[in-house]
Design a protein around this ligand. Structure first.
Ligand code: PLP
Length: 444
């Protein structure tokens, strides 16, 4: 690695969600990206099996997005959207609204998935209060859920390490059980057969707290960060029906599943279940500029406007909400998705992808393979306690093997998550799967 890439020191940068000491002892620097590939500092090409971090759905370095950002930066670099506006934010909101499931046509811009989750929860609470149901304050999440790292998101989320260090979190939160069931559903292709009844846990939560105290339920239609968990057949419809029955808002966190990942524009389309509020981020701009958004049913928006106790209807927003560069990048990204039919392409490729990932069923350590659209989880047998290698997770070792072998996978623990850009070629799917197979044969 050249001296400037090694930098004077790697110490100053406190890296997010990373074993900092381990990384800095053996850094993996990326210096470029184009199409399906990253370029590592030593010059070797790495095929991107993870769309960056579930976000570069149209592939890297798209010229149309680059020039849209450049043009916008030169024309209008920034204007606050508090009491001001710029045309692109309105245009982009219109475009996003046009893609949403029916009725979710009011769009609030944020800068990330975490902010989208917290924004959605706040809108749910403010709406309940605005329509005279101020006692509806409880928020219901789900075990193994990930809704980012804000206090709202970690409170309704269900990842223990993301919660346990940070105090008592939001009060008045409860959780549905997760739907991952290896005993009944291992090696399922698509939606598992068993587990729709787990949605009925909402009835127990209602029985415990009463519906008059519950504002909203938030779930990822397909939890991604905890290992790609497609919902059991009928589960989301059941959850929708129960929310309707008890007058509870249903929020879908589509930060990962949005923009073609499931083989349709949104998971709401794939599963034919319409939430009341839908969060997005990541592929909204193909990740070229950070941005998130929350789509809201019009009558929820209207109720907040109608019952506002002053001229400002919602006391919420970010300096960079609707940032001009993000809107420019987003419009260019949506053009690419549409012009190249990438969501349909993801749907068409999903069978090939499914067959490829399920071919790993007999690879060493594999205890489950699951998939939906262009996302897959491959679960490995955890190492026994006291295993000698110093590295508790097979996934971490596999990640290193594959990276050196020219393939980027995501494997934070013992679950490999794959989510290639929607432009992936069949030969690249084969390359990713072959590298994982080779790597698994080397991991003890
Ligand atoms: N929600 C979901 C479902 C996610 O998967 C993520 C990130 O992976 C987030 C929220 C948080 O997004 P961000 O990292 O942009 O804050």
């Amino acid at each position: 690695m050249s001296d400037d890439l090694r930098a004077n020191s790697l110490d100053s940068y406190w890296m997010p969600f990373t074993p900092n000491r381990e990384f800095k002892a053996d850094p993996r620097m990326i210096v470029g990206a184009k199409g399906m590939h990253y370029i590592a500092a030593d010059g070797h090409k790495v095929v991107d099996g993870t769309s960056g971090l579930w976000c570069v759905n149209a592939g890297h370095g798209r010229a149309e997005i680059v020039s849209a950002i450049q043009k916008q930066a030169a024309e209008l670099d920034f204007v606050s959207n508090f009491n001001m506006g710029h045309p692109l934010a309105f245009k982009f909101a219109d475009r996003v609204a046009g893609m949403m499931p029916k009725g979710l046509n009011r769009i609030f811009f944020t800068n990330s998935g975490s902010e989208s989750a917290d924004t959605a929860l706040k809108i749910a609470l403010a709406y309940q209060r605005a329509r005279g149901k101020a006692a509806k304050t409880r928020l219901i999440g789900r075990e193994r859920g990930y809704h980012g790292v804000g206090f709202g998101g970690i409170s309704v989320g269900g990842m223990v390490k993301n919660r346990m260090y940070f105090g008592s979190l939001l009060t008045g939160v409860d959780h549905l059980p997760h739907t991952h069931d290896l005993a009944k559903n291992a090696f399922t292709r698509g939606e598992p057969e068993h587990g729709a009844d787990l949605a009925d846990a909402l009835e127990r939560i209602v029985a415990l707290h009463d519906a008059s105290t519950i504002a909203a339920v938030i779930v990822e239609p397909v939890p991604g960060s905890t290992g790609v968990l497609p919902p059991p057949k009928g589960y989301l419809k059941r959850l929708r029906a129960l929310c309707d029955k008890h007058d509870i808002l249903l929020i879908f966190d589509e930060v990962i599943t949005g923009f073609g990942r499931t083989g349709a524009a949104f998971a709401a389309d794939t599963f034919d279940v319409t939430p009341d509020i839908l969060t997005m981020a990541k592929a909204l701009t193909n990740a070229a500029v950070p941005m998130g958004a929350v789509a809201v049913r019009q009558d929820i928006h209207d109720a907040l406007l109608e019952h506002a106790d002053g001229p400002t209807e919602l006391y919420h927003g970010y300096t960079y909400s609707g940032h001009p560069l993000a809107c420019a990048a987003g419009l260019a990204a949506l053009d690419i998705y549409e012009n190249e039919g990438l969501f349909e392409r993801a749907g068409e490729l999903s069978q090939y992808f499914e067959d490829a990932v399920h071919s790993l069923r007999d690879a060493p350590h594999v205890i489950d393979v699951r998939n939906l659209g262009l996302m897959a989880g491959i679960e490995l047998q955890p190492r026994p306690a006291g295993h000698g290698s110093g590295q508790p997770y097979r996934g971490a070792e596999l990640f290193r093997y594959c990276f050196d072998d020219g393939v980027l996978i995501r494997a934070p623990g013992d679950i490999i998550a794959l989510s290639p850009p929607l432009i992936v070629e069949k030969s690249q799917i084969d390359q990713i799967v072959a590298s994982i197979r080779k790597g698994l044969s080397k991991v003890a």
